[in-house]
Design a protein around this ligand. Sequence first.
Ligand SMILES: Nc1ncnc2c1ncn2[C@@H]1O[C@H](COP(=O)(O)OP(=O)(O)OP(=O)(O)O)[C@@H](O)[C@H]1O
Ligand code: SF4
Ligand SMILES: [Mg+2]
Length: 345
Amino acid sequence: MSSLAESGPVPAGAGVGAEGPILVVERLVKHFPIKAGILIDRQIGAVRAVDDVSFSVDRGETLGLVGESGCGKSTLARSILQLIAPTSGSVRFEGREVAGLGRRAARELRADMQMVFQDPYASLNPRKRIAQIIGDPMLLHGIVERGEVKAVVQDLLETVGLNPEHYNRFPHEFSGGQRQRIGIARALGLRPKLIIADEPVSALDVSIQAQIINLLEDLQEEYRLTYVFVAHDLSVVRHVADRIAVMYLGKIVEIGPAEAVYDTPIHPYTEALLSAVPIPDPRANAARRQIVLEGDVPSPADPPAGCRFHTRCPRATDVCSTGEPLLIDHGGGHHAACHHPLDRA
Ligand SMILES: Nc1ncnc2c1ncn2[C@@H]1O[C@H](COP(=O)(O)OP(=O)(O)OP(=O)(O)O)[C@@H](O)[C@H]1O
Ligand code: SF4
Ligand SMILES: [Mg+2]
């Protein structure tokens, strides 16, 4: 039995791996206060970016986290890594509570959990050479000695498919795809167990996207990494994710094995997202029902009552605007929060 069993129950949306979860997120909340006032700041509301989110990730698996822009994916990622302090809730990594750790313990843990960022231009310090960008965090964490850092950086560059001789160059001398490889090498240098990749290919050309995804997959196998792979588009995570979690306005509305979520979605929002994903077979594509969601995503500062999706949902009835649907198990680890789940037959 995993040690996690002693530290608390595993939430809905649990993985199905034999070794049990490496990451358990329970009832995580992140509200950004909205303030007003000239002399004295008064809080007049809150952006409810992440609102009561629970899920777990098994060792070695890839959880795809998808949803439209602004639904809270990056805030969730940053709250898990404690890059921003969650408002409430629990994050356990290898059975250990992460929220509220002291600075030193948090730093150690941050080496185990690394993030790869969306924008390979903004995420690398333009004034630092590649050797420093990759080597400095390793020195800071005591992973390498100063005398060996060059050789280790060169090894890492080779691992991510870059020329090791380029260790002394600056970020502007690389293309977007190459910069993302540098970001991956920086994360990998700390020998992490979990990588949260926040839209790692969204800023790249389509031809380059596949190369970076292949690299991440190869590294996962080689280093037994666990991934949370964030994307706003289901087609990107289709091939990499073992399980998919779909977010809408700060909540997980559906989570389950990737195939089940793709082939037999339960939540109308997931169905709408999927209808926008092209299928390779043109006939199947033409036959498929396109669902165009009406209206904009409501503001997370004032989310709709009941089901947050009811203002745009084609299946909504009265109960949807009053009662919040719970994330319930529909079998096989496939959970969804909807009063009128789709017919999966
Ligand atoms: N520091 C902050 N202060 C106030 N509000 C914030 C802050 N960071 C994010 N938000 C708000 O929280 C909500 C969720 O934002 P977040 O960046 O997590 O979404 P996302 O799903 O990652 O979107 P995208 O796909 O565009 O990256 C948005 O309404 C955003 O404006
Ligand atoms: S609960 Fe109602 S509004 Fe929400 S997704 Fe289901 S049918 Fe639509
Ligand atoms: Mg984001």
